[in-house]
Design a binder for this molecule. Structure first.
Ligand code: ATP
Ligand code: MG
Length: 388
C-alpha cells in the first residue's frame, strides 16, 4: 500500500496523435512547479499521471499542481496491487480518512476499470466494496444520487482508491500553443487576460509601458509583482519595460489633445509588435473589454487594432467587470492591481478623449510624428528582465 497523487488530464484526451506531446509538456510543467518541494517519481499509467512524494508535502504539492494548466482534477490516492483483498483494505482506509476530513453519512462507490482482463467487472467491484464499507462503518448508508463522498476505485496496472477530486483550472499545458506578448499594465484586466490565454497553452511574455520619471519606480515594481504572480502559472516570463514618455511628449505637442489616448495606444501596439517580431512571438494580448472605458469603444478598438498586423487576442472583450474581478481574486493578482500607483496613460490624460475615432483622422494626426524613429528609440532604450 502506497500513497500517491493522481492527476487527470482534461481536453488533452482529445488530442489524438499529439497526445504524447501534450502529456510530455504537462509532465514538464508539473516537474517545474514541484521540483523545489521534492518528489520521488512521476509516472503515467493508463491515461493519468501519478506523483510519488512524501505525504507530508502533499498539501504544498497539491497547491502547486493546482496552478498547472492541463489538469482537470487532482486526487490523493492509495495505490495497491490488484488483489481484491488489498483493494478492500485500501477502501476501508480511504473511508476512514474521508471521515476524518468531513462528515460522511452517505457514500457511493464508483469503479473505473481500464484493465479489461480483470476478473471482476466494474459494477461487481462497486457492489462488493460498497458491502464491505457498510459492514465496517455501521453509521453510513449508500446514496447513489447525492452522496457525501464518492469512493473511487480505478483498476489499471495497479489499483487506486481515493475519495477526493480537487478541481483545477483545466486548459492546456503551458507552451503547447505558441508564444504571446501580453501588454501588461498595472490594472486589473491585463493580468487576467494573460492568465486566460496562458490557460490555452500560450507561452506568455509581457511588455509594460511607463513614463518614468513622471511615473515612479514603485509603479514598475507593482507590474513586476503582477508578472511574478502570473509566472506561477505560466513559468518564467520575459518582461520588457519600455519608456513611453518621449512619445507621449511628442504626441502632446504635435497632435490634438483629445487623441492622446488613442495615439499612445497605437504606439503601444506598434512597439509590442516590433518586440514580438524580434522575438518570434505569434500574437499580442490585451485586457480590453468592450465599452469599459472611453478608448474601448468598438471604434477605438478598431483604430488601435489598425496599427498592427499581428493577431491581437482580447480574451476579456465580452466579459463584465465583476467577472474579471472574480478571476483576478482567484488568481491572486487583484490585491496587487489595486495598489494605488499611477499608470503611464494617466500622465497626459485628455479631458475629453475621442470616443469614436476614425482611422483616417488618426492617421492624419500621425503625419506630424516621425513614427518609425519614435518606435525605434523606445525599443532601443527598453529594459528586459526575466521574471521567475
Ligand atoms: P487594465 O486593467 O489592464 O489596465 P484598463 O481597463 O485600465 O485595463 P486601458 O487602460 O484602456 O484599460 O488599457 C487597455 C489595455 O491596454 C490593457 O488591458 C493593457 O493590455 C494595455 N495597456 C494599457 N496601459 C498599458 C501599459 N502602461 N503598459 C502595457 N500595456 C498597457
Ligand atoms: Mg489600465
Amino acid at each position: 500500500m502506497k500513497k500517491v497523487i493522481s492527476v487527470s488530464m482534461g481536453e488533452m484526451v482529445l488530442k489524438g496523435l499529439n497526445r504524447g506531446y501534450f502529456e510530455d509538456r504537462l509532465i514538464k510543467q508539473m516537474i517545474r512547479s514541484i521540483k523545489d518541494i521534492g518528489y520521488e517519481k512521476i509516472y503515467k499509467e493508463a491515461g493519468k499521471i501519478y506523483v510519488e512524494a512524501d505525504p507530508v508535502d502533499y498539501p504544498d504539492i497539491i497547491n502547486r499542481l493546482k496552478k498547472v494548466f492541463g489538469l482537470v482534477y487532482i486526487s490523493p490516492c492509495i495505490r495497491v496491487n490488484k488483489e481484491f483483498d488489498d483493494i478492500n483494505r485500501a477502501a476501508i482506509l480511504a473511508m476512514k480518512e474521508a471521515r476524518e476530513r468531513t462528515n460522511v453519512r452517505t457514500f457511493k462507490v464508483e469503479t473505473s476499470r481500464s484493465d479489461k482482463s480483470y476478473p471482476l467487472k466494474s459494477p461487481e467491484i462497486s457492489r462488493k466494496v460498497g458491502g464491505l464499507i457498510l459492514r465496517n462503518f455501521q453509521d453510513v448508508k449508500v446514496d447513489v444520487h447525492n452522496p457525501d463522498v464518492y469512493l473511487y476505485v480505478d483498476i489499471k496496472d495497479n489499483a487506486y482508491v481515493y475519495t477526493e477530486r480537487i478541481k483545477t483550472h483545466g486548459g492546456l499545458p503551458a507552451g503547447t500553443g505558441g508564444k504571446g506578448l501580453l501588454l501588461l499594465s498595472g490594472g486589473i484586466d491585463s493580468p487576467v487576460a494573460g492568465f486566460i490565454m496562458a490557460k490555452r497553452g500560450l507561452t506568455i511574455n509581457a511588455v509594460h509601458y511607463h513614463s518614468y520619471p513622471f511615473t515612479s519606480e514603485r509603479a514598475e515594481e507593482k507590474v513586476k509583482d503582477l508578472a511574478e504572480t502570473l509566472a506561477r502559472y505560466t513559468g518564467k516570463i520575459k518582461f520588457f519595460s519600455v519608456n513611453l514618455l518621449e512619445i507621449q511628449k511628442e504626441i502632446n505637442s504635435k497632435c490634438p489633445e483629445r487623441e492622446m489616448t488613442i495615439l499612445s495606444r497605437r504606439f503601444m501596439m506598434r512597439i509590442a509588435e516590433r518586440i514580438a517580431s524580434d522575438n518570434k512571438y505569434h500574437a499580442l494580448i490585451t485586457g480590453e473589454s468592450l465599452g469599459q472605458v472611453a478608448s474601448q469603444t468598438v471604434q477605438g478598438i478598431a483604430v488601435t487594432n489598425n496599427a498592427v498586423k499581428l493577431p491581437v487576442f482580447r480574451p476579456l472583450i465580452g466579459m463584465d467587470k465583476v467577472d474579471i474581478v472574480r478571476i483576478a481574486e482567484d488568481i491572486e493578482t487583484y490585491d496587487i492591481s489595486i495598489r494605488p500607483f499611477e499608470d503611464c496613460c494617466t500622465v497626459f490624460l485628455p479631458k475629453h478623449p475621442v470616443t469614436k475615432p476614425r482611422v483616417e483622422d488618426i492617421v492624419k494626426s500621425e503625419e506630424a510624428l516621425d513614427v518609425d524613429s519614435l518606435v525605434e528609440n523606445a525599443v532601443k532604450n527598453m529594459k528586459v528582465y526575466t521574471i521567475e
